[in-house]
Design a protein around this ligand. Structure first.
Ligand code: EPU
Length: 461
């Protein structure tokens, strides 16, 4: 059995906790990025494709890993925690093709398991997917891909079922949008399918390249290209491997935003600078400074008075949608009008309401305030934000309720720069993706405590 992980709220609602943060001081010190959430859970699914056990190191102690481990154990896989950040996943004991409904709506992993398990079983059932409520987050590309490989899929009220009568066969998939998850599904389907697969318009996020590296180390034959084409030559079997989860680039951007917004000075360890891509350029443009300390450490600080920016989120190598919320807090402290055009998700600005309560001046519009081709043009989604700064933040008496994971970290940064004491509830959202938050931030002089909180959190959307 897997040992339970420290400081994750998981899915339990028995005890409610909140963060109490006394803000208004620069955040100064050192922090080590944990392994990337958005690779760790995919690596856990990939491990099921091997015929021997896989060992994953630098696995973050977060709720999402715990949830995924429970799904794997639910189908019979042996998942053993060798130490705080090392997992052994033994796929040889997998004996069930139905992922238990207990994990229904918890995260995105079920839809990845649907494709991955279809090599091993002729019929697979998984519960509905969950994850943050930041848009419709459909899974149609995944289901279409499974059908193109020869599977037949069915949607049920409980989830999805996929069936096949013969081994899956390689095919050409053109993704309508470079979806990260759908690219992963295509990789899982293709590596063990008969013959060749071409995935075009694939996602090329660093976590995708990391997954390709892991699959190659298991024996997969995958060719990438300078563009968005990935060619896979199916093989008959894969073996287990040993893989280190790369540092979380979303965490790193969050700590960089915290350092600059609070006028502090934070050295972030455990991050490959190249994985931050254009973030570093936007950071410099608004007045943030950084210097490389060593190959995996970057020091972040404020170089000058902050200036506003125009940001459009996009697929890699664009500005990641997951950097948007911490960066928005930074922009509230810039002198002038900033604009954020969110083109990946249609509903990712719910958190601005609470920032306004702390003093921010922001406004949403359904118009596309930018030039990146956007699927939400001429629709009624408030997916562009105008931020007028600088506005000092002051803590408010009422609690701030976290609506989703990345918004949660934005609120922590907001509370860190707000004068006075803020109480943030709904922290289970945040702890699904950020591990050991309190000790790591307290070590940087942030006055933060995790306290039992009497009322169950209700998300503000
Ligand atoms: N989409 C579809 N149909 C599909 C799949 C995606 O319409 O079948 C749309 C989505 O609705 C969305 C867009 O395509 O508008 C992008 O979705 P994508 O599939 O790329 O996202 P994902 O795989 O579900 C991962 C991360 C997200 C991150 C996105 C984009 C994980 C577990 N989640 O989600 O991370 O925002 O890629 O980079 O890897 C987070 O960490 O807070 C988070 C939301």
């Amino acid at each position: 059995m897997m040992k339970s992980m420290p400081n994750t709220a998981g899915t339990s609602q028995q005890t409610t906790y909140a963060y109490r943060i006394e803000g208004g001081y620069p955040v100064v010190g050192e922090i080590t990025c944990l392994g990337a959430k958005n690779f760790a859970t995919k690596a856990m699914v990939a491990a099921l494709l091997g015929e021997t056990p896989t060992i994953l190191t630098n696995v973050p102690p977060i709720g999402d890993v715990q949830i995924t481990a429970e799904m794997l154990m639910g189908i019979g896989a042996r998942v053993e925690q060798l130490d705080e950040t090392t997992l052994l996943i033994d796929p040889t004991t997998v004996n069930a093709s139905t992922v238990p409904l207990a994990q229904s709506g918890s995260n995105r992993a079920p839809i990845l398991l649907l494709g991955a398990l279809l090599h091993r079983f002729e019929r697979v059932s998984v519960p509905v997917v969950g994850g943050c409520q930041i848009g419709a987050r459909k899974v149609d590309f995944h289901l279409d891909a499974i059908q193109r490989f020869g599977g037949v899929v069915q949607e049920t009220p409980e989830g999805y079922t996929a069936q096949r009568v013969q081994p899956l066969r390689g095919t050409h998939i053109h993704l309508p949008y470079p979806s990260v998850g759908a690219t992963e599904t295509c990789l899982f389907l293709s590596v063990l399918a008969e013959g060749r697969t071409l995935i075009s318009n694939a996602a090329i996020e660093p976590e995708i390249f990391e997954l390709i590296t892991m699959l190659r180390s298991m024996g997969a034959i995958i060719f990438t290209s300078p563009g968005r084409d990935i060619r896979v030559e199916g093989v008959k079997r894969l073996t287990g491997t040993r893989m280190t989860v790369l540092g979380d680039r979303i965490e790193a951007a969050s700590w960089a935003s915290l350092a600059c917004a609070s006028d502090g000075d934070v050295t972030v360890h455990g991050i490959r600078p190249d994985s931050l891509g254009n973030f570093l350029s936007y950071y410099q443009q608004v007045g943030g400074g950084f210097e490389f300390v060593d190959a995996n450490s970057i020091r972040f600080f404020r170089r000058r008075k902050l200036s506003p920016a125009i940001i459009e989120t996009d697929v890699y190598p664009g500005f990641s949608t997951d950097w948007q919320q911490p960066f928005a807090v930074l922009l509230t402290q810039a002198d002038g009008i900033s604009i954020i055009h969110e083109t990946v998700y249609e509903k990712r600005f719910g958190y601005l309401k609470a920032l306004n309560r702390l003093g921010a001046r922001t406004q949403l519009t359904t118009h596309c305030l930018g030039s990146v081709p956007c699927r939400y043009r001429d629709m009624n989604y408030e997916h562009s934000a105008i931020i007028i700064g600088p506005t000092p933040f002051t803590a408010v008496d009422e609690e701030i309720v976290i609506p989703d994971l990345r918004a949660g970290l934005a609120y922590v940064i907001a509370a860190a720069i707000a004068r006075g004491t803020s109480v943030i509830t709904g922290i289970h959202f945040l702890e699904r993706g950020y591990g050991n938050i309190v000790p790591r931030l307290a070590a940087m002089n942030l006055k933060i405590e995790r306290i039992p909180y009497p009322t169950p959190a209700v998300a503000e959307v």
